[in-house]
Write a protein that binds this ligand. Structure first.
Ligand code: MG
Length: 202
C-alpha cells in the first residue's frame, strides 16, 4: 500500500534549532544524556518550575534561530503534489513549534506538540493523526532523526523513516527503521519506496 501520509519530527529533521541539550542538562543539574522531559516529570514542583524556565529559554531561542534542513521546502512541495498529507509530531512545546514553523514559512494541517499528546516514544500522537486523516497505519510513515521517532512509529504500526543526515551508521542500523533518508535534497529513492514501501527495506 502506498504512503499517503507523512508525520515529521520537527527539530533535527525538518529544522535545525541548534539546541544544546548537554548545556540544558548542565543548567538543570541533570546527568549527561538523561531524557529532559522525562526527568522534568519526576522532579519536585519547585525544581520542575526552575527547569521548565531553562527549557523554555533554550527552546525559545532555538525557535528564533532555526533554519530549514537542506531540501525540506522542495520535499514538502513534492509531497503535496503527490497528494501525500503531512503533519508534525514533536516533543517541543506548542508555542515553540508554532513560532518555528511560522518563521520558516512551513504550514501543516496538523501539529501535535507535547501539550497535545503523550510525548514520543509514546505512539498516541501518531495514532491520533492517522485517525484524523482516516488513514490506516499501513499508509503512513513517521519520519525522524532519533530513536524515539522510530520506536513511536513502530509502536503505532506505521512505517518508519530515519532521517540520517547527522546520525552514525551504527545508530541508524540499531534503530531498525524501514527506510533511511540520507538527505531531503536527494529524495528519488524515497519517493520510489513510498509508492511500494516494504518493511525493513534499508
Ligand atoms: Mg529530532
Amino acid at each position: 500500500m502506498s504512503i499517503r501520509g507523512l508525520i515529521f519530527d520537527l527539530d533535527g529533521t525538518l529544522v535545525d534549532s541548534s539546541l544544546d541539550f548537554e548545556q540544558m542538562r548542565r543548567e538543570m543539574g541533570l546527568p549527561p544524556e538523561s531524557p529532559l522531559l522525562e526527568s522534568l516529570a519526576k522532579m519536585s514542583a519547585a525544581d520542575a518550575e526552575r527547569c521548565h524556565a531553562i527549557l523554555q529559554r533554550h527552546e525559545g531561542a532555538g525557535a528564533e534561530r532555526a533554519v530549514l534542513m537542506p531540501g525540506v521546502a522542495a520535499f514538502l512541495t513534492e509531497a503535496a503534489t503527490r497528494g501525500i498529507r503531512c503533519a508534525v509530531f514533536t516533543r517541543n512545546g506548542r508555542e515553540v513549534a508554532r513560532r518555528t514553523l511560522e518563521r520558516l514559512g512551513l504550514r501543516f494541517e496538523i501539529v501535535v506538540a507535547r501539550e497535545d499528546a503523550p510525548i514520543k516514544p509514546d505512539p498516541a500522537g501518531i495514532r491520533a493523526i492517522c485517525k484524523s486523516w482516516e488513514l490506516s497505519p499501513d499508509e503512513v510513515a513517521m519520519v525522524g532523526d532519533y530513536r524515539f521517532d522510530i520506536i513511536a512509529g513502530r509502536q503505532a504500526g506505521v512505517k518508519t523513516v530515519c532521517y540520517a543526515a547527522r546520525r552514525t551508521a551504527a545508530e541508524v542500523e540499531s534503530w531498525g527503521a524501514d527506510f533511511c533518508l540520507a538527505c531531503f535534497s536527494a529524495p528519488e529513492t524515497f519517493w520510489k519506496w513510498a509508492r511500494h514501501p516494504r518493511v525493513g527495506s534499508i
